[in-house]
Design a protein around this ligand. Structure first.
Ligand SMILES: *Cc1c(COP(=O)(O)O)cnc(C)c1O
Length: 387
């Protein structure tokens, strides 16, 4: 049986996959089983932030695997401590909780916000405002948090306590932010929703209204975090720091890790046995994260900004592309006549891996991509888009 046949026989069909079996890679190029080369504009949905097999990342991960691969959280381990220290020092957050995915990081944020409010005000202040068209994950609770009706099907009953506000509608936010609300949760740039940045005035309104009412702000930076937008956290582009920020995708360079960061106001809410994760902060994932954190410094992020501007400019030169949204190396291109899904399929056939977000073509290349690889990928895409 081929790999594809095994998938069809043995793996639940929850994904529509491109017809390619990725086998290995080097930097920003990946290869399939047959040895065909692809330029990678997707980085495993923004996870392989240093590309494939970055030297330092490989050495940190392998060294850790040779020492001890897992300890559980009943004991201490140095790699987890070092990642936590690095994250808190560079972001100004006070404490972190480690899980294994974006959804888990958000579950932690939701539990934290509800307990913060429960401890201080008692029952009845459990609602969390999220935005229409948001995406927060696939667990039952994070599906509830996701403000898209298409996700609220089949699996009833969903977790209660989420109120949806239209993105960038300050009046809607004001009307719904009542005494039952303990937190407002949002993505600075809606990723899965179509690479849509929030308007600055709306972000300002979230912060000022929440501050007034002691409602916590939760920034879901699972996709936008760890240098993706050219800042370590996308909130820096808005001059803002939420009470809680969640990270996942790019943090460990392709290994599973979810992080919930909490500021001094709420960092001690989750006390002994109120939350946990067997694998959370696993030493091998932590070693991978350390390699990413060491690499993603200010000079590196300046480069991300330059490459983002360059990629955006190149995309805008293509006649078929109407508009490009996003920041840094998180970009979405709106097409004039073609369907993004068709373009992605053709791109794969022609050696370029690229993503979609709603009706847009989405670009989340490795943060380490070179200008010449951008040129090569764009040349191929340009051909497909001008056919
Ligand atoms: C991908 C994503 C998630 C879910 O992350 P998983 O690791 O798949 O659980 C949550 N929020 C945002 C903004 C995401 O982009």
């Amino acid at each position: 049986m081929t790999t594809k046949e095994k998938f069809e026989k043995y793996i639940m069909g929850t994904y529509t996959r491109q017809d390619v079996c990725l086998d290995r890679g080097i930097k920003e190029k990946v290869y399939d089983e047959a040895g065909k080369q692809y330029i990678d504009f997707g980085s495993g949905i923004g996870t392989n932030s240093l590309g494939i097999c970055d030297d330092r990342w490989v050495s940190y991960v392998c060294n850790q695997a040779h020492k001890i691969q897992h300890t559980s959280n009943l004991y201490y381990n140095a790699p987890q401590a070092d990642v936590a220290e690095n994250l808190c020092e560079r972001t100004g957050y006070s404490k972190v909780f480690f899980g294994n995915s974006g959804a888990e990081a958000n579950e932690c944020a939701i539990k934290l916000a509800r307990k913060y409010s429960f401890d201080k005000y008692g029952k009845g202040r459990h609602n969390i405002i999220t935005l229409v068209n948001s995406f927060h994950g696939r667990t039952l609770t994070t599906l509830s948090a996701t403000g898209q009706d298409v996700f609220h099907n089949y699996f009833f009953p969903f977790t209660e306590g989420f109120i949806y506000v239209e993105a960038n509608n300050i009046d809607d936010l004001k009307a719904k932010l009542d005494d039952t609300v303990c937190a407002v949760m949002f993505e600075y740039i809606q990723g899965e929703g179509g690479v849509l940045p929030l308007e600055r005035e709306f972000v300002d309104a979230i912060y000022s209204l929440c501050e007034e009412k002691d409602v916590l702000t939760i920034a879901d930076e699972v996709q936008t975090g760890v240098g993706r937008t050219g800042k370590f956290l996308a909130g820096e582009n808005f001059g803002k720091k939420a009470n809680i920020t969640t990270l996942a995708k790019g943090i460990a360079g392709g290994l599973p890790m979810g992080v919930c960061l909490a500021d001094e106001k709420c960092c001690d809410v989750l006390s002994a046995s109120t939350h946990g994760s067997t694998f959370g902060g696993n030493p091998v994932s932590s070693a991978g994260a350390m390699a990413v954190l060491e690499k993603v410094n200010n000079d590196f992020m300046e480069e991300v900004i330059r490459k983002g501007v360059y990629l955006k400019g190149k995309l805008l030169e293509i006649e078929e592309i109407e508009r490009v949204d996003g920041m840094g190396l998180m970009l979405g291109a709106k097409l004039k006549t073609k369907k993004a899904g068709d373009v992605v399929k053709k791109a794969v056939e022609n050696g370029v891996i690229v993503l979609t977000a709603k009706e847009k073509l989405r670009f989340l290349p490795p943060l380490t991509i070179s200008f010449s690889e951008i040129d090569k990928g764009i040349e191929i895409l340009k051909g497909l888009l001008t056919e």
